[in-house]
Design a protein around this ligand. Structure first.
Ligand code: ZN
Length: 279
């Protein structure tokens, strides 16, 4: 009896750890079955102030590839990588992006530009293909298909904002995370309270916002971290500005939410902003 020809076993998936949910989603889109991707900072969580756990260090030890945003976003990552003594290759997804400056440092939120996202895709594709050369053709094809979907959303988003008068494209946000987005579509984002998104604004903060909205005749206000509806109603009543829905800046929503993956997140932000800025 001859030896049965066994089917070629599927190669073990590459073990990838992504620092936060948006990178994790991009890596899954591009890798498909070629990788098993886990993320450290999950949906609806803030990577700026993340505190890694011992379990995160363990995840890094078993990783073969670690994906980080860079541009100073994950201040905790370098130490985590060092203390875990992982042998994984660490790849910076934003490599090659020309950063904006924000308060004297690089603005890390480059994924908020679909044009920059294509740079992320290329960096992630190259890292995956390098780690799994036998699966490079599949990885390349998935990256190319993903890039086409990004292109389509980029064109649709540009058309949507181009239809709005330039002076109408001004928004107040609580978290200064939309500079790249604003650059792409000519929308001016004003964050009177700076970068911090983790604390509830005080009555004095709200008064400051009201003054600014009135003085600059800003048409829409997006305040992701005001949980008190009376504060929002006060801003709307005293300024006449429209109150926008939720904008997703640094994390995806849960799987069932409007921003369960990167493209849906960008689509949702474009929709919410364009809706609020219609004169
Ligand atoms: Zn941020």
């Amino acid at each position: 009896m001859g030896v049965a020809q066994a089917a070629e076993p599927a190669p073990r998936p590459l073990q990838v750890v992504a620092s936060f949910s948006i990178l994790g989603d991009m890596a899954r889109e591009i890798a498909g079955d070629a990788a098993q991707v886990t993320t450290l900072v999950g949906p609806d969580s803030d990577a700026h102030v993340y505190e890694p756990s011992p379990a995160d260090a363990k995840r890094l030890v078993s990783a073969e590839l670690v994906l980080v945003n860079g541009l100073g976003f994950e201040g905790w990552m370098e130490r985590l990588v060092r203390s875990s003594a992982t042998q994984a290759r660490v790849v910076t997804a934003s490599q090659g992006v020309m950063p904006r400056r924000l308060d004297g440092a690089d603005d890390p939120h480059a994924w908020q530009s679909l044009a920059h996202a294509k740079r992320y895709v290329e960096n992630i594709r190259a890292a995956l293909a390098h780690a799994r050369p036998m699966q490079a053709a599949t990885i390349d094809a998935r990256a190319a298909a993903y890039r086409l979907r990004i292109d389509a959303l980029e064109a649709a988003s540009q058309a949507r904002f181009a239809a709005l008068p330039a002076e109408q494209r001004r928004v107040i946000t609580t978290h200064d995370a939309f500079g790249y987005f604003g650059q792409a579509y000519g929308v001016q984002f004003i964050a009177p309270l700076g970068v911090s998104a983790d604390s509830e604004p005080s009555a004095r903060d709200v008064a400051k916002i009201i003054t600014q909205v009135k003085r600059q005749k800003i048409p829409a206000v997006f305040m992701e971290n005001i949980s008190d509806p009376r504060m929002m109603q006060q801003i709307a009543r005293e300024t006449g500005a429209k109150i926008g829905g939720t904008l997703y800046s640094d994390a995806l929503s849960g799987a069932g939410g409007p921003a369960g993956n990167y493209l849906d997140m960008m689509r949702s932000n474009v929709r919410e902003l364009a809706k609020a800025l219609v004169p």
